[in-house]
Design a protein around this ligand. Structure first.
Ligand SMILES: [Zn+2]
Length: 124
């Protein structure tokens, strides 16, 4: 089982990290719904009605956080931004250290809304 270090030196199993990431994404979505009442791209302001999916996107990638021994960034809500698919792609292309391909299509339910939340994209 893979483990990754946090800043405090603790070793966290990957399965625990993944679960914490899902929780952090849910929390991020809930925070946004509470604060604004809807989900939108924090880069360009597009909302889900625009036809472009809104994704949970890591500012510092999960892969990078794990490699740098800062695993806690993977589940830090402050390190997660809502980005529309277009801004998400731009962000990931600009991230030269990008290597991670998280699973796409995780469905999160928040109340009676269903929001499709993607992780990272494979860059073709
Ligand atoms: Zn956007």
């Amino acid at each position: 089982m893979n483990t990754y270090r946090t800043t405090s030196g603790e070793r966290i199993p990957k399965s625990v990290i993944d679960r914490k990431i899902s929780e952090a994404k849910r929390q991020k979505i809930n925070q946004m719904l509470e604060e604004y009442g809807y989900i939108f791209c924090e880069e360009c302001g597009r909302n889900a009605n625009s036809g472009v999916p809104i994704d949970c996107s890591h500012t510092i990638s999960v892969d990078e956080a794990q490699k740098r021994g800062r695993a806690e960034l993977a589940w830090s809500v402050d390190n997660i931004k809502m980005r529309c698919r277009l801004c998400h792609r731009i962000h990931d292309k600009n991230n030269l250290n990008y290597t991670q391909n998280e699973s796409i299509g995780e469905r999160l339910c928040t109340g009676n809304r269903k929001i499709r939340v993607a992780g990272k994209f494979r860059i073709a």
